[in-house]
Write a protein that binds this ligand. Structure first.
Ligand SMILES: [Zn+2]
Length: 281
């Protein structure tokens, strides 16, 4: 499932082909995504120029020159592919929305499971939009530090894992990057979130920032569906320390895995958590 690094990878890949380009043709081939693509979506975008591509948490934001804005979400399996005019394959049945620019470039929203979304709003209404209004801080913003995170975790009775998955606490993290960040910080996913304290909160924000930055440099993680806009897979999955590595040694563990069992998988709130009980307290 795409998280912040996968969405930001998409944003960075689309920026050079969409910004300052006019959308000459927009086709909605399948409107039934997680929420229906609005009926007037294609006519509203056609002829408009893209002025900027933004991101908030796991949402991609497309700003248009008439003040409209598109909120995009990749859901479970969505990706955005860029294809030049020549050698373009015909759309397949999971290519739900197609954007053609005045430079002859095609951007295709592909989503086999259809949990993604493309919604229309205005730049003015973005901050107050129900999907965005309650999102927590951006973890790569310089202002995201120990005190900010500690304040958002204070008073909750949840575990650290559950709290970090909550987009109102911090925006953009999902199962993969929460597991990896907690490992990096040496903190147990079972720890009570409100109990973190200043030093550990600072360590955790640094770990989150480092993991996300490294993932971005790798083009995100491709488990099944994620593709960068140029069609390449991300490759951060090859450097996972704990995620999906149950029974294997974590990096730096000097224990005998035959005795300790290595990385452990546990289910919290219906989601798998992977951690090393020896290195995460
Ligand atoms: Zn270990």
């Amino acid at each position: 499932m795409p998280e912040l690094p996968e969405v930001e990878t998409a944003r960075r890949g689309l920026e050079p082909v969409l910004v300052d380009r006019r959308l000459d043709r927009v086709q909605v081939r399948q409107p039934m995504l997680r929420w229906p693509v609005p009926a007037g979506f294609a006519p509203a975008l056609t002829g408009r120029r893209v002025t900027a591509l933004g991101r908030r948490g796991k949402y991609l934001l497309i700003h248009l020159n008439d003040g409209q804005a598109v909120i995009g979400h990749l859901g479970m399996s969505g990706s955005l592919a860029v294809r030049p005019g020549c050698n373009r394959p015909p759309p397949d049945r999971h290519d739900h929305v197609i954007f053609d620019t005045d430079a002859g470039v095609r951007v295709t929203f592909h989503d086999p499971r259809r949990f993604g979304a493309l919604l229309l709003t205005t730049a003015r209404d973005l901050a107050g939009h129900p999907l965005l209004a309650h999102l927590g801080p951006e973890p790569l913003d310089p202002g995201f530090d120990g005190p900010v995170l500690a304040a958002r975790l204070a008073g909750t009775r949840r575990t650290l894992k559950a709290a970090l998955l909550d987009q109102r606490v911090v925006a953009g993290l999902g199962n993969i990057y929460v597991s990896e960040s907690l490992f990096r910080a040496g903190l147990s996913p079972r720890r009570l979130a409100s109990d973190l304290g200043g030093t550990r909160a600072a360590r955790l924000t640094e770990a989150i920032r480092a993991v996300l930055t490294e993932a971005l440099e790798s083009g995100g993680s491709t488990l099944r569906d994620h593709r960068q806009p140029n069609g390449e897979r991300g490759y951060f999955q090859h450097t996972f320390a704990v995620y999906d590595r149950a029974g294997q040694p974590c990096p730096g563990c000097d224990c005998d895995v035959a005795i300790t069992g290595g990385v452990q998988r546990l289910v919290q709130g219906g989601r798998s958590t992977f951690f090393c009980p020896r290195r995460q307290r």
